[in-house]
Design a protein around this ligand. Structure first.
Ligand SMILES: *Cc1c(COP(=O)(O)O)cnc(C)c1O
Length: 382
C-alpha cells in the first residue's frame, strides 16, 4: 500500500488546510462491528491498543490508554507523587493542556524559557530554577523535535527529580535511536483530532516503574480495581481518589487501525517536512525551527518558521487559500498562570512571540503543495 491509495477527501474549499484529522479507512467498518457487540466502553480493544502501542513505542514501559493527552498528563503528575506546594519546572511555550493539570493539584509552576532555535525548554533556564522544593521537570518535544534528553536526564538524576515528557507532538520521534515513550519516568501522548492520528479523543501514558501500573489503572477508573472486581475478588473498598480517565473500545479500535498505518503516516509527514526544510532553510531571511543534531529523529508534527514579518506572510498565504497559524501561545500570558509569572523574564519567548508561524503539514498535503507554499513564503518574507 502506498500513501496515494488512502482515500482522499479533499475539502470543498480550494487550498491547503493547516490540519486534517487522520482516520484509517478501516475504522468505519471496524467500529460498525464494534457497535454490534458487547464492549463499547473500556474493554478488550483497549487492551489490544495498549499492546500494539507498547510493541511499537514503549517495549520496556507500562502502557495505559486514557481519554485524552490531558488525562495522561494529570495521571502522570499524580503517579509522580506531586503534592500541593511542590515546585515543578515546565516550559512557558506549549499547549495549555501541559500545565493546567498542575493547577488542579495546587502545584507551584516554575516556567522555564525556551531555546531560540528549537522552541524546546531551555536547559540553561531550567538550571536557574531548581530549588529544594523542585520535584519534577516537564518537557514538551515541540513540533516533534526531541528535547535534549541526555541533559534533562542528567539534571533529573543529580537533583532527584522526576522527568515527565509531554510527547503529544512526538509520536514516532526518536532520541539516540530510542522511541520517545521508552525513555523517561513518564511520557504522555494525545490522539486528539489534529495529532498524527486521532481516536476522536484519546491518550496514552507510558510508565517506567512497572510497580505503578496497577495504581495507574485504578486511578484511571474511580480508584476501583476493575480486574479484581470482575473476578469477584474485589475487597469492595476504594482507598484512593480516582478519575474517569479511561479510553473507550470505540476509540481504541480507531487507534489500533491507525497504528497499523503509522509508518505510512510518519513517512509522508517526514517527506513534507523535508521538502519545507530544503526549500526554506537556504533563505537567510527565514530560520526554520529545526535541529540538525543526528541524535534526534523528528516526529514531523509541525513545521515552524521564524520570520520578521509573520503577519504579512500569514495574510499573503491566506490570500492564496493557504492556512497557517501559531497553534500554541506562550502560557505566561494567560490569567490562570499569572501568579507564577510576576517579575519573571522570558527573553527568547519575547523574541519569538511575533515571529513564529506553523505551515500546513498532514497526510493531505502533497510535496507539490509544500513546494508551492515554500515558494510563496520565500516570495513574501522580508
Ligand atoms: C494536544 C496536546 C495536549 C493535549 O492533548 P488532549 O488529547 O487534547 O488532551 C497536551 N500537550 C500538548 C503539547 C498538545 O499539543
Amino acid at each position: 500500500m502506498s500513501f496515494k491509495e488512502l482515500p482522499i477527501m479533499r475539502d470543498k474549499s480550494k487550498g491547503v488546510l493547516l490540519f486534517y484529522p487522520y482516520v484509517s479507512k478501516k475504522s468505519a467498518g471496524n467500529i460498525k462491528k464494534k457497535l454490534a457487540g458487547r464492549w463499547l466502553g473500556q474493554g478488550p480493544a483497549v487492551d489490544k491498543f495498549e499492546n500494539d502501542f507498547k510493541k511499537k513505542f514503549a517495549k520496556n514501559h507500562s502502557v495505559i490508554a486514557t481519554g485524552s493527552g490531558t488525562d495522561s498528563l494529570h495521571l502522570a503528575y499524580i503517579l509522580a507523587g506531586l503534592k500541593k506546594g511542590d515546585e515543578v519546572i515546565t516550559t512557558v511555550f506549549t499547549c495549555t493542556a501541559t500545565n493546567i493539570p498542575l493547577l488542579y493539584m495546587g502545584i507551584k509552576i516554575k516556567f522555564a524559557d525556551i531555546d531560540k532555535d528549537t522552541m524546546n525548554i531551555s536547559i540553561k533556564s531550567i538550571k536557574k530554577l531548581i530549588t529544594k522544593k523542585t520535584k519534577a521537570i516537564v518537557c514538551v518535544h515541540y513540533g516533534g523535535l526531541p528535547c535534549e534528553m541526555d541533559d534533562l536526564k542528567k539534571i533529573a538524576k543529580k537533583n532527584k527529580l522526576i522527568l515527565i515528557e509531554d510527547a503529544a507532538h512526538a509520536i514516532g520521534a526518536k532520541y539516540k535511536g530510542k522511541p520517545i515513550g521508552n525513555i523517561s519516568d513518564f511520557t504522555t501522548f494525545s490522539f486528539q483530532a489534529i495529532k498524527h492520528f486521532t481516536t476522536g479523543d484519546g491518550g496514552i501514558l507510558t510508565i517506567k516503574n512497572k510497580k505503578l501500573e496497577d495504581k495507574a489503572k485504578r486511578i484511571r477508573w474511580f480508584g476501583i480495581d476493575r480486574k479484581g472486581k470482575q473476578k469477584g475478588t474485589w475487597k469492595n473498598d476504594v482507598h484512593e481518589i480516582g478519575y474517569k480517565y479511561q479510553m473507550t473500545d470505540i476509540a481504541a479500535t480507531m487507534g489500533s487501525d491507525s497504528l497499523k498505518e503509522f509508518n505510512y503516516i510518519i513517512n509522508h509527514r517526514k517527506k513534507i517536512y523535508k521538502t519545507y526544510l530544503k526549500e526554506l532553510s537556504k533563505n537567510k531571511k527565514i530560520k526554520c525551527i529545526h535541529d540538525f543534531d543526528k541524535k534526534k529523529s523528528h516526529g514531523a508534527w509541525l513545521f515552524t518558521i521564524n520570520v520578521s514579518n509573520k503577519d504579512f506572510v500569514q495574510r499573503k498565504l491566506r490570500e492564496h487559500n493557504i492556512e497557517t497559524n501559531q497553534v500554541h501561545f506562550r502560557n505566561d500570558k494567560y490569567s490562570i498562570f499569572r501568579k507564577f509569572v510576576r517579575g519573571k523574564k522570558f527573553p527568547n519567548m519575547d523574541y519569538l512571540e511575533n515571529r513564529y508561524l506553523v505551515l500546513p503539514l498532514h497526510h493531505k498535503v502533497t510535496v507539490s503543495d509544500a513546494k508551492h507554499i515554500s515558494s510563496l513564503v520565500n516570495k513574501y518574507v522580508k
